[in-house]
Design a binder for this molecule. Structure first.
Ligand SMILES: [Fe+2]
Length: 465
């Protein structure tokens, strides 16, 4: 094994220069959510099975899938990598990557993130470390960390670097999650202008439109760029999910059901966690809008059965739980609640989050589906201001806030429901669903004039207004 350099001056231990070039293609494909990413890695490992960064990437990608079986594989790869790093004269950056994989595969997501940040301080052009830390900052639920991780390196990249556009998009997303919507849109649009196939950047701008209530513009944005982003890997289904959120607020439920059937669940048997998050959260939202979703929960519950023992991301597990609860799989729910209970005391990064907020959210979902509305509301409200810890985006987490409000409305405690809907519409004034719920509560309390005004506000947002 010798040492070679990539065009950014980053050193790799490998059999030949070609391996380093292929590794860079791998990073490019990963940043672009391109479907050939897995095949590039396979061919690299075939050609250079002992290249430390190739093996490390194999472990990282196993963790990114986010299921128990893949996590077990990642743990075995981390062990193998340790041995390899000790025998192949690997450099200090590669050693750090080995540590990051080791920490991540043992559940220490926070420590893995620290290692990637350590790498980036010294090697700010390490695209793999940057993209992975972007992912884990996202699952720390802190938009400022997501934003600043990119801000620290962005000026150090040449503007004509082949992956500079991806950084603009990542920065855009961090800004959006930090609530800086104007800047987020500016960076996101710059990224898409460079490369309209950059689905993460298209997505970042869609988030801005979601948060600022620009439903029509959001649909147009996603539709216009569809020929580009629809070539992405399964991440493309998340863009369809965003399109559905806009349609829901416009009351275009037939469109949502069509997109659900034709796109969102078209590869739902894949092991990719995000596919199930998209599907379950969409169905629950539709039901809260009073839409009959037929027997669609059954298939999702069946798939979720295979993920009862997952302990990767509590955000994901809560979505599997939604399906098990809604599919009336009592045994599955019981087992999953046990997994979540054990997870909360295992000392891992996500275990701590599970203890702090995950259990309450899980119980809230359970009570909501079992029509124990007061309990559901109380459980979710108890973690209302701390639930960001589960990660995911603000748009994704909103489903839990909506479930809390829905439960409050059904609980019979009109005063409480009115209070919660009143504060909701102050920061979600563009939400048809929120105005509609507010109107129902006001009407139930005999505040007919205000209820009528709230209905008007709801109707003004709908497509059929
Ligand atoms: Fe998103």
């Amino acid at each position: 094994m010798k040492h070679y350099f990539d065009p950014d001056g980053i050193e790799f231990t490998a059999d030949c220069q070609e391996s380093v070039d292929t590794f860079n293609s791998l990073v490019d494909a990963y940043m672009g959510f391109r479907p050939e990413t897995g095949n590039i890695l396979k061919s690299l490992l075939k050609a250079d099975p002992d290249m430390p960064m190739a093996l490390c990437a194999k472990g990282y990608f196993a963790k990114l899938i986010g299921s128990a079986s893949h996590s077990e594989r990642a743990l075995a790869i981390a062990e193998k990598l340790k041995t390899l790093l000790n025998t192949c004269n690997a450099n200090s950056r590669e050693q750090l990557h080995g540590q990051a994989l080791d920490q991540w595969s043992r559940g220490n997501l926070d420590l893995a993130t620290e290692v990637w940040e350590q790498i980036l301080v010294r090697w700010p052009l390490d695209g793999m470390a940057l993209k992975l830390s972007h992912f884990t900052h996202f699952y720390s639920g802190d938009g400022r960390r997501t934003r600043d991780s990119i801000a620290r390196v962005l000026p150090l990249w040449e503007k004509d670097h082949r992956n500079y556009g991806y950084l603009l998009g990542m920065y855009s997303f961090g800004l959006e999650e930090a609530g800086e919507y104007l800047e987020a849109e500016r960076y996101g649009r710059m990224a898409v202008e460079r490369n309209p196939s950059d689905s993460w950047s298209v997505h970042a701008v869609a988030h801005v439109m979601e948060m600022t209530g620009r439903h029509v513009e959001g649909i147009e944005w996603i539709e216009a760029l569809k020929p580009h982003w629809s070539r992405a890997n399964n991440f493309r289904f998340h863009l369809y999910w965003h399109q559905c959120l806009f349609h829901i607020e416009r009351g275009e439920f037939n469109e949502v059901l069509s997109i659900y059937d034709e796109q969102i669940v078209s590869d739902i048997e894949s092991e990719f966690y995000l596919d199930m998050c998209n599907a379950t959260s969409l169905l629950w939202r539709l039901e809260m809008c009073g839409i009959d979703i037929g027997d669609r929960w059954g298939r999702l519950a069946q798939i979720s059965k295979g993920h009862i023992n997952d302990t990767d991301l509590i955000f994901t597990s809560l979505h599997y739980l939604m399906a098990l609860i809604s599919g009336n799989d009592e045994e599955g729910v019981e087992r999953m609640m046990q997994t979540i209970g054990n997870w909360a005391i295992d000392g891992s990064t996500q275990g701590k989050v599970t203890a702090e907020v995950g259990i309450s959210l899980a119980e809230g979902l359970f009570h909501a589906r079992n029509k124990q509305y007061r309990l559901a509301m109380e459980k979710i409200e108890s973690v209302r201001y701390t639930m960001d810890l589960i990660g995911g985006s603000k748009a994704q987490r909103d489903v839990f806030h909506m479930i809390m409000l829905d439960a409050a409305k059904a609980s019979g405690n009109h005063y409480k429901a009115r209070a919660l809907f009143t504060d909701r519409i102050s920061h979600k004034a563009h939400s048809n669903w929120s105005w509609q719920g507010y109107s129902e509560i006001l009407s139930a309390m005999g505040w007919e004039k205000m209820a009528a005004e709230a209905t008007q506000s709801a109707m003004a947002i709908r497509a059929d207004s």
